[in-house]
Design a protein around this ligand. Structure first.
Ligand SMILES: Cc1cc2nc3c(=O)[nH]c(=O)nc-3n(C[C@H](O)[C@H](O)[C@H](O)COP(=O)(O)O)c2cc1C
Length: 389
C-alpha cells in the first residue's frame, strides 16, 4: 500500500514522495522573468521536502499572462531565470516542473492584492490602460463577472495555429531550462478551459459544438508539445473538468476528452474545476478534498495516474487519499505558501520513522545527531519531551 511518503515513478522520473507544490501565480516578475525571488521561494519548498515543485502558470505569450507582473517563457531571454530555478530545485532533491498556459479572457488584470473590488472579485483593466490589453477567447463573449466585461477578440483558425506553435516553442525553452515535468493548464477559465466550455465557446467551426470539437484546441496543444517534449519526461495537464453549471463543462464530457488525451500521449491528469463562470451551483470551496472523488473516477475509468489539489493540507487526509489509492499525487497550493516545510511537518504528524530524511543531507545529519532538548530546534515534540531527555 503506498503512503504519502512512497516514491512515485512516471516515465523516466521518480519522485521521492507523493507531495507536489501546486502551481501558484506570484505576481512578482518584471518582463515575465524569474529572478532571486523565485529562486528563493521555490528553492525553499524543494528544501522543505516537496517532491515535485511547480512555479506558476508560465505564459506562452505576453498577452497570455494574468497581469503584467506575471511570469512567462515566451522569449529566449527568459530561459536563464528558469534555469536558475531548475538548478536550485534539483540541488535540493526535488524535480522541477513547469505549467504552461494562456489566460485567454481572464487576462489584463491587476494583481488580486492590488485590484480586488469591494465585493472581492477581480478587476479587469481596459485595453487602453498601460497594464491592460484586449483579451483573446474562442468567441466574442467576455467572462462577464467581477469587472471582466471588456470586449474580447475571437481567435481565427490561423491565430489558433500560431498559438499552438507558441506552446511548442515554450516547451522547447522549458526543456532547455532543465525542467523535467511539463503540465498544460487547461483549467480555471483560461484560454484552453474556455475552448472546452460551452459557456465560453459558441463557435460553429471545427473548434466548437461537440465534445470532440471543443477538445480540439486542447488536443492540438498537447500534440504540439508532445512533438518536442522529451519522451522520458512526464507530460501532464490540469483540466477544469466541471463548471458546476448546467450550461458549462460537464464531468462526463471531461472523461471523454481525457480518454482522447490519453490516446494523444498524456501521462497523467491533474483535476480541477472549470471556473468558466462565477455562477456555480453549490460551490464546494470549503469542503475537504472535494476534487478527489472525480479524480478517482478518472483514474478508474480512463486508466491514467491522477493528481489533484483543493483542501488536502491536513496530513492525515493527504495520506488517506494516497493509501486508499484514490489519487497518485497530492498537490498543495495554500499549504505550501503557508509552510515551506509542510512535508517535514506532515512526516512528524504522521509518525514517519525519519522526518528529517526529507531535508538536505547536511541539515539532516545535524538534526538527527545533535538533538539537544527537542523543542529547542523549533519542533513541537510529538512524544513528551521527558522521553527524549
Ligand atoms: C496565490 C495562488 C495562485 C494560484 N495560481 C495558479 C496557477 O498559476 N495555476 C494553477 O493551475 N493554479 C493556480 N492556483 C490554484 C492552486 O494551484 C491550487 O489548485 C488551489 O489553490 C487549490 O489547492 P489548495 O487547497 O491546496 O490551496 C493558485 C492558487 C493560489 C492560492
Amino acid at each position: 500500500m503506498p503512503t504519502l511518503f512512497s516514491p512515485f515513478t512516471l516515465k523516466g522520473i521518480t519522485l521521492r514522495n507523493r507531495i507536489v507544490m501546486s502551481p501558484m501565480t506570484m505576481y512578482s516578475s518584471v518582463d515575465g522573468r524569474l529572478d532571486d525571488y523565485h529562486v528563493s521561494y521555490l528553492g525553499a519548498r524543494a528544501a522543505g521536502g516537496f517532491a515535485l515543485v511547480f512555479g506558476e502558470q508560465m505564459a506562452i505569450t505576453p498577452d497570455g499572462r494574468t497581469t503584467t507582473s506575471c511570469a512567462g517563457i515566451w522569449d529566449d531571454s527568459q530561459v536563464e531565470g528558469h534555469a536558475r530555478v531548475t538548478a536550485i530545485v534539483k540541488r535540493m532533491g526535488a524535480v522541477p516542473a513547469i505549467q504552461l498556459g494562456h489566460t485567454g479572457r481572464k487576462g489584463s488584470q491587476l494583481p488580486p492584492h492590488k485590484g480586488v473590488n469591494a465585493d472581492r472579485t477581480k478587476k479587469q483593466l481596459p485595453p487602453d490602460h498601460p497594464d491592460g490589453w484586449t483579451c483573446v477567447a474562442p468567441s466574442p463573449v467576455p467572462y462577464g463577472y467581477g469587472g471582466h466585461t471588456h470586449p474580447v477578440h475571437a481567435l481565427s483558425v490561423d491565430e489558433i495555429r500560431a498559438l499552438h506553435r507558441r506552446y511548442a516553442e515554450a516547451a522547447v525553452r522549458a526543456r532547455d531550462a532543465g525542467y523535467q515535468w511539463l503540465e498544460l493548464h487547461f483549467a480555471h477559465g483560461y484560454l484552453a478551459a474556455s475552448f472546452f466550455s460551452p459557456l465560453a465557446n459558441r463557435r460553429t467551426d471545427a473548434y466548437g459544438g461537440s465534445v470532440g470539437n471543443r477538445a480540439r484546441f486542447l488536443l492540438e496543444a498537447l500534440d504540439a508539445v508532445r512533438a518536442v517534449w522529451p519522451e522520458q519526461y512526464p507530460l501532464t495537464m490540469r483540466l477544469g473538468c466541471d463548471d458546476l453549471n448546467p450550461e458549462g463543462t460537464q464531468f462526463e464530457d471531461s472523461l471523454v476528452a481525457i480518454r482522447m488525451m490519453k490516446d494523444h500521449g498524456l501521462d497523467l491528469a491533474d483535476l480541477s474545476l472549470g471556473f468558466n463562470t462565477d455562477a456555480m451551483i453549490d460551490p464546494p470551496m470549503n469542503r475537504m478534498s472535494f476534487m478527489v472523488e472525480r479524480s478517482h473516477r478518472v483514474r478508474q475509468e480512463v486508466g491514467l495516474p491522477v493528481a489533484t489539489s483543493w483542501n488536502l493540507g491536513i496530513p492525515q487526509e493527504a495520506d488517506r487519499v494516497i493509501r486508499e489509492e484514490l489519487v497518485d499525487l497530492v498537490m498543495l497550493g495554500r499549504p505550501a505558501l503557508a509552510n515551506p516545510h509542510w512535508p517535514i511537518w506532515a512526516a512528524r504528524e504522521l509518525h514517519h520513522d525519519s522526518p528529517f530524511s526529507l531535508v538536505p543531507e547536511d541539515w539532516r545529519w545535524w538534526l538527527e545527531n545533535f538533538r539537544g532538548h527537542a523543542p529547542s530546534i523549533g519542533w513541537p515534540a510529538v512524544e513528551p519531551v521527558t522521553s527524549r531527555q
